[in-house]
Design a protein around this ligand. Structure first.
Ligand code: DX5
Ligand code: ZN
Length: 217
């Protein structure tokens, strides 16, 4: 499978979102990554349904929504109604993760579970066969443009082993500090899907940057 690319809207120009959406539509990206933050689970606030609804209408790439909020289970139907293809929730925020995953799937979306950098792979043992996707944070969530945490490479390999051992069909997505140096090593370690924000949007030619990430394998 070719590496799936999900540009993170967090690094876009919010005064001219239409231009960045057009760029994504014209690129080889597979998804558009939407970071929803509540100022409680993470020390930052980003955007909510007005933006999700508008982007859902304008973007031809499926929305990959990453919730960094407490009680994401309250917003499953609204997320589906916005047109999201993937809804990912942090394991650290979900007391009843199994139920939440089932409800996301029942609402017609792919269900993802997200792990903070300090959350071990072993916590996925009893949910890995239920999820469509595991998103490993390779920075502490809340901000774009942070430095990649090296421990993620080993974590991808351990997750790849867990997926093989359990026969899970989950794909592995990585988020944070993905750029020219870290992306090939992540793909080599077993990542299927890369989120990238500042590296794509700050580059001179974002469409070419997306092409280059896509060409990794
Ligand atoms: C961080 C977000 C990321 C962020 C990545 O909490 O989840 O999606 O946009 O930004 P970069 O690629 O700049 O590290
Ligand atoms: Zn994200």
């Amino acid at each position: 499978m070719k590496t799936l690319i999900s540009p993170s809207l967090l690094s876009a120009d919010f005064l001219h979102l239409d231009k960045d959406i057009e760029m994504i539509n014209n690129s080889e990206s597979d998804y558009i990554h939407m970071d929803v933050m509540d100022g409680i689970f993470v020390p930052n606030i980003s955007f909510g349904f007005p933006v999700l609804n508008a982007v859902g209408k304008a973007c031809t790439k499926p929305m990959d929504v990453h919730y960094m909020i407490v009680h994401p289970e309250l917003y499953i139907q609204q997320t589906a109604d916005a047109g999201a293809a993937i809804m990912s929730v942090h394991i650290e925020t979900c007391t009843h993760l199994h139920r939440t995953i089932q409800q996301i799937k029942q609402a017609g979306m792919k269900a993802g579970v997200v792990l903070n950098p300090s959350t071990p792979i072993c916590q996925l043992e009893d949910i890995i066969t239920e999820v469509d996707l595991v998103l490993l944070m390779s920075v502490n969530p809340g901000f774009g443009g942070q430095t990649f945490i090296e421990n993620t490479i080993g974590k991808v390999k351990r997750l790849r082993e867990l997926i093989a051992r359990t026969g899970s069909s989950a794909i592995i997505e990585i988020d944070g500090g993905v750029q020219a140096e870290t992306a090939p090593r992540l793909v080599e370690a077993g990542a299927d899907m890369l989120v990238s924000g500042s590296y794509i949007f700050k580059s001179a030619n974002p469409i070419q940057t997306i092409h280059d990430l896509k060409a990794l394998g």
